[in-house]
Design a protein around this ligand. Structure first.
Ligand code: NAD
Ligand code: ZN
Length: 355
């Protein structure tokens, strides 16, 4: 069974993608089809869709990982599109996680002023989050997602089959966004999600659908992040900062791992303000600690972190803007704290919350 979720300009098909994808591709006969993969999705994911594609597909494969979500890789992709003679009627398929989806979508939307593209997310994170909502882009000068555009794909095909080969650590990273969607939307959903053990969970499809519905609702109401959509930034102001300072370091964190720390600290901010009750805060913290094995932020990274956060596109002057929750299911966007207070919150995380 395929479930179809409608966004303003495109549909998200959830389930076995073989039928829905072949139906969609019949609109693109006689056009060039380019498939962008990274080294892992080329190995593990391409075979599932290859029989549905024309025999003469053009393949572009890039190295895997966030460190390659940059201008150099874009130049490589644009170069290949030119070399293949791709033009504005052709189609690009982004088969991969959030890195392939964000960067492939960005390259497709800027190449010759934009060609059609579809997203086939292959990580849990990209299935529930990155592949929908039209935000595309790359990291630049150490600032996450600082160059990019809003542009919708023609369709998204979410097929949980791809999760079979996904490393457990990546699965857990994606689960952070599922936790976020529950916390910003609904206490009942939070209770369901907080009973999941990701190591034993086998049936991801209904979990993905519930989570996608949260993002779908928000994105449909606020496609360009003027207001409501800022709710999706819960955990991300601090999470992006941590991800940014650790990006080129040893033992760097995955996106969701950084967001898990961000959700813990931002939940403390909400609790401190009185939005979250102590009981709610503790339940969130315990679940995050259990699922992510949270570690302290290394002291020497805290100053780099504060500097980077001030550069974040969401912040002005010395103030740092957050989307915080409380009670669970309700979000307060444009919650502001100054830099010294945020620094104190990080120290409290390191010294008190992890005990
Ligand atoms: N556009 C948005 O709205 C949005 C939202 C959330 C996150 N993001 C972005 O998404 C990115 C993170 O995405 P991600 O977590 O998917 O990371 P990713 O794309 O780097 O994928 C994670 C790893 O898993 C591998 N992989 C992917 N699918 C696989 C499969 N089925 N089997 C085996 N290996 C597989 C990849 O090669 C990679 O090594 C970040 O850059 C983040 O900024 C964007
Ligand atoms: Zn995220």
């Amino acid at each position: 069974m395929t479930e179809i979720l409608a966004l303003a300009n495109y549909d998200v098909f959830v389930g076995n993608c073989t039928e829905s994808l072949s139906g969609f591709l019949s609109n693109y006969s006689h056009r060039k089809v380019v498939v962008l993969t990274d080294e892992h999705t080329h190995t593990f994911c391409l075979d599932r869709i290859r029989p549905l594609l024309p025999a003469d597909i053009l393949e572009i494969s890039i190295p895997a990982g966030e460190v390659h979500k940059d201008l150099n890789t874009c130049q490589f992709i644009w170069g290949k599109l030119l070399e293949f003679g791709v033009n504005r009627n052709d189609l690009m398929i982004n088969l991969g996680g959030g890195v392939v989806g964000d960067m492939g979508g960005f390259c497709a939307s800027t190449y010759k002023r934009g060609i059609d593209f579809i997203q086939i997310p292959t990580t849990l994170l990209s299935m529930v989050d990155a592949s929908i909502g039209g935000k595309l882009g790359i990291d630049f000068n150490g600032v996450k997602n600082s160059i990019g555009v809003f542009k919708d794909p023609k369709a998204v095909f979410v097929d949980p089959f791809f999760l079979d080969t996904l490393p457990k650590r990546e699965l857990r990273s994606g689960f952070a966004e599922i936790i976020k969607h529950a916390l910003i939307s609904d206490e009942i959903l939070w209770r369901q999600i907080s009973s999941i053990n990701i190591h034993t969970e086998k049936n991801w499809t209904p979990i993905i659908i519930d989570s996608l519905k949260v993002k779908q609702k928000i994105v449909v109401e606020d496609p360009y992040e003027k207001g409501l959509r800022k709710a999706l930034n819960f955990g991300h102001t601090i999470g992006h900062g941590i991800e940014g300072v650790m990006l080129h370091k040893e033992n760097s964190l995955l996106h969701g791992e950084a967001i898990a720390i961000g959700m813990a600290i931002e939940s403390w901010l909400s609790f401190h303000k009185g939005f979250l009750s102590e009981e709610e805060f503790i339940s969130i913290l315990i679940f995050l600690k259990r699922t992510f094995n949270l570690q302290p932020i290394r002291e020497e990274l805290i100053d780099d972190f504060i500097l980077l956060m001030k550069n974040d596109k969401k912040n002005e002057s010395d103030e740092i803007h957050f989307a915080v929750i409380g009670p669970i299911g309700k979000v307060h966007v444009d919650f502001v704290r100054d830099v010294p207070f945020v620094k104190k919150a990080l120290e409290i995380f390191n010294h008190n919350l992890l005990q």
